[in-house]
Design a protein around this ligand. Structure first.
Ligand SMILES: Cc1cc2nc3c(=O)[nH]c(=O)nc-3n(C[C@H](O)[C@H](O)[C@H](O)COP(=O)(O)OP(=O)(O)OC[C@H]3O[C@@H](n4cnc5c(N)ncnc54)[C@H](O)[C@@H]3O)c2cc1C
Length: 371
């Protein structure tokens, strides 16, 4: 019997496995596919919400933790595995923002440096190739970004080098529940027992919940598509968020443009229209991209809770079961904090913040603009 079985090998599952194994627990992690190849792989690596000052404080607490602790995690993984997850402080630029006062308040509260760019020349100074139609902006120079597929590769290598039991390419078919307590999982006919089960199966998590508690975990699936340009170093220097879409530069000059969303959908087929919409957006912001062909496009699905605050912690009605889901399109940004918070609760340790804000029953589920 293991101490913990984790179902879902995305970022949250991998990081939880790492933290719990670090603490001396025996761990098994299962994924129906290869570890990390779902939504986490698709993440573009923005490490705050698209408009962080419009989110609930509970979400900012998680992204703030990520900003502080991703650099050390990346360094640790690089030393351990040789794989660099490319945490970079490229900064984040928001052109032509209306709710500046709110943004300034958020920046002060979270000790984020913020520059107010009042004139097109100031915007150009920070992003030389940006469209001349952009007249002003807000610039957060200290905000970092991360290369999600590299982070996954590093975590996978770290997990595989440890005495963690890994099951891949086989779906968990159901939870093993005995006397009202989660006591393991089934991989087909095979039962694997554990003292605790953690569900980090992203948008697919509800499929694994016993019928009687399904209604307690309310999430919607959202399919998202992004595109990639080969670009060249320095063509784009900062991440830019504008009109709910964004551009993210990579160290090697690649530029990612995201995302087109489809709510209540598990459809990951590639839409030509979505690629075209993203291309139009990218060219408007960075006219030099009109000469660049789209080199790649991908799509995956994430889960979103009604009020945008993820569920992290024990399930109130089924002992032995914990979960971390519903982090929406901020899942990379919040995964490090989420896994730390989850692991600390499993270990019975005090964590960096009060976990009750993320518990299933401790909040009123008010639908927010995030829907
Ligand atoms: C196009 C796109 C762009 C994004 N950009 C950003 C961004 O810039 N910044 C940001 O913060 N976030 C971003 N996100 C969100 C983020 O990438 C992911 O949503 C997030 O990392 C999800 O992590 P996860 O661990 O919860 O789930 P997942 O990575 O989806 O992992 C869940 C895992 O569970 C497995 N699973 C499911 N069912 C079973 C089963 N029955 N048995 C075993 N295994 C199972 C799946 O195979 C999967 O590997 C983006 C998402 C998309 C799609």
């Amino acid at each position: 019997m293991k101490d913990v079985i984790i179902v879902g090998g995305g970022l949250k599952g991998l990081l939880s496995a790492l933290f719990l194994h670090d603490a001396g627990l025996s761990v098994m992690i299962c994924d129906r596919s290869e570890l990390g190849r779902e939504s986490s792989w698709a993440g573009n690596g923005l490490t705050v919400a698209n408009y962080p000052w419009r989110m609930d404080e509970a979400v900012s607490t998680l992204t703030h933790y990520g900003q502080q602790h991703y650099p050390a995690l990346c360094e640790r993984l690089r030393a351990e595995t040789g794989i660099d997850a490319q945490w970079q402080k490229t900064g984040l630029l928001f052109p032509d923002i209306q709710d500046r006062a709110l943004a300034q308040h958020w920046a002060a509260l979270h000790q984020q440096r913020l520059l107010l760019l009042e004139h097109p020349s100031e915007v150009k100074q920070h992003e030389p190739n940006i469209s001349p139609t952009i007249e002003c902006g807000l610039y957060f120079p200290e905000i970092g970004q991360i290369r999600s597929p590299r982070l996954i590769a590093a975590l996978r290598a770290s997990i595989r080098s440890r005495s963690i039991l890994v099951s891949e390419h086989y779906p968990v078919t159901q939870l093993h529940v005995e006397h009202g307590e989660a006591k393991g999982i089934y991989l087909g006919d095979w039962l694997f027992e554990a003292k605790q089960v953690i569900l980090t199966a992203g948008a697919w998590t509800p499929n694994l919940l016993p019928e009687v508690i399904k209604a307690s975990v309310s999430v919607r699936a959202v399919a998202a598509q992004s595109i990639l340009y080969r670009g060249s170093p320095h063509l784009l220097q900062r991440s830019i968020v504008h009109n709910n879409k964004y551009l993210v530069p990579r160290e090697d000059g690649r530029i990612i443009c995201g995302s087109v969303y489809q709510t209540d959908s598990f459809d990951t087929s590639i839409s030509e229209q979505a690629s075209e919409d993203l291309h139009q957006f990218a060219v408007q912001l960075l006219p030099a991209l009109s000469y660049e062909p789209i080199r790649d496009t991908w799509s995956s699905v994430f889960a979103l809770t009604p009020n945008g605050i993820p569920y992290i912690g024990p399930h109130p009605e089924l002992a032995g079961l914990s979960l971390a889901i519903g982090h929406g399109n901020m899942s990379v940004a919040t995964s490090l904090a989420s896994a730390r918070l989850l692991a600390d609760q499993v270990l019975g340790k005090t964590s960096f913040t009060n976990p009750s804000a993320y518990h299933i029953k401790s909040r009123t589920l008010q639908p927010s603009a995030a829907w």
